[in-house]
Design a protein around this ligand. Structure first.
Ligand SMILES: CC(C)(COP(=O)(O)OP(=O)(O)OC[C@H]1O[C@@H](n2cnc3c(N)ncnc32)[C@H](O)[C@@H]1OP(=O)(O)O)[C@@H](O)C(=O)NCCC(=O)NCCS
Ligand SMILES: CC(=O)OP(=O)(O)O
Length: 337
């Protein structure tokens, strides 16, 4: 964490988080990277923290976690109350009181239930759990936000020494949640991404729906799905700059955008890149992170009723710190909505 390069984007998230503190639950208190990030979050006054895990093990980490509330999920005094809440919310889906009492000891379910009950305002996990396991409890318990058709996810990528996108910063979606979105779901992902970008950066979104084809240069079902998603996204958000289908070079490199899609207002200047499916999105973000040494903060969920954000199991403490700062900013926005 010490000496980690902080992007201008992350710096702005930290400043906003510090100005109006929120309470975030970190269910992976047994993970050393999480404790390293927690120490930095507390030292810099970025969030109030609830850390779930074995208190003895956490104390033995040697991290200064003064100010954090450490809760052992095996002896939490509000466990019965949260199990009753889970039962009430999921009874129609076959939840039993026995199963609810068992699930409330699972740190991921416990964390989400704490958010649902208002004990915490957001959650960050995924350093040592797979994405499906992190997101399933939030999809089941928190559900989508009013007006959101679906939940999806994005990364904020900052490529060092690049002037593409927004001075090297991009939103990539969906790199974590929707596996094989239909044209309709892709359109919703594109519009949510534009709104997330604008809420986080304060800058106008320029959204490219990516493909192996630019404006009909290839004719097949995959390219047509993306072109259809563009039409639908424009109907959903006529005020947004959205275009496609575009190849990656046409989307972000001005001279190639002008050559391949001369009529497009997005080509060559896109800052939000929407991938056609999860294979492309997940592989794409990891390529940019690992080969271009980009800062990759996410997967951040959008469209959920309260902020629960995931991490890659390949993350480091800097990534966890960054995702917590973004979660705080999302929690502030929810508080004001
Ligand atoms: C997130 C994910 C786990 C959800 O699917 P699932 O576990 O199969 O769960 P289900 O389809 O049973 O859905 C569980 C609940 O989530 C809801 N749900 C699923 N996807 C949703 C979405 N995109 N938006 C809103 N709700 C959604 C379902 O409606 C269901 O609600 P219900 O139980 O109240 O009826 C699945 O989409 C997934 O595995 N995605 C890929 C994750 C991944 O591996 N990413 C790569 C690394 S980042
Ligand atoms: C986002 C992601 O790819 O997560 P993981 O690396 O944990 O699968």
């Amino acid at each position: 964490m010490k000496g980690a390069r902080v992007s201008r984007f992350l710096d702005s998230m930290v400043t906003r988080a510090q100005a109006d503190l929120r309470t975030i639950v970190l269910p992976e208190g047994n993970d050393p990277r999480t404790l390293e990030a927690a120490e930095a979050i507390l030292r810099q006054g970025v969030a109030r923290l609830i850390i779930l895990g074995d208190a003895g093990r956490i104390a033995a980490s040697g991290r200064d976690l003064t100010g954090a509330e450490v809760i052992d999920p095996t002896s939490y005094e509000r466990a019965d109350e949260l199990a009753a809440l889970l039962l009430e919310l999921r009874r129609a889906k076959g939840m039993t009181s026995e199963k609810a009492r068992e699930l409330v000891r699972d740190v991921l379910y416990l964390g989400v239930l704490m958010v649902k009950a208002g004990i915490a305002e957001g959650m960050v996990a995924g350093a040592c759990h797979a994405t499906g396991d992190v997101l399933r409890p939030s999809l089941q318990i928190l559900k989508t936000a009013p007006g959101a058709a679906l939940a999806s996810s994005f990364f904020i990528m900052t490529v060092p020494d690049s002037d593409l996108g927004s001075e090297g910063t991009f939103l990539f979606s969906d790199c974590g949640l929707e596996v094989q979105p239909s044209a309709e779901r892709l359109a919703h992902i594109a519009v949510s991404s534009a709104r997330s970008w604008e809420a986080l950066t304060g800058r106008p979104a320029s959204v490219a729906l990516l493909s192996h084809s630019t404006k009909g240069s290839a004719a097949n079902d995959d390219a047509e799905k993306v072109a259809r998603a563009v039409e639908l996204a424009r109907e959903l958000a006529p005020e947004c700059a959205i275009d496609g289908e575009l190849q990656l070079d046409a989307a972000i490199v001005p001279e190639i955008g002008r050559m391949k899609a001369p009529q497009s207002k997005v080509a060559g200047r896109a800052n939000c890149l929407v991938f056609p499916d999860l294979d492309a999105g997940n592989i794409g973000y990891k390529l940019v992170q690992r080969l271009a040494k980009a800062e990759a903060l996410g997967p951040i969920t959008q469209g959920l009723a309260a902020p629960v954000n995931d991490l890659s199991r390949g993350c480091d403490a800097h990534d966890i710190f960054g995702v917590v700062a973004i979660t705080c900013v999302q929690a502030q926005a929810r508080g004001k909505a």
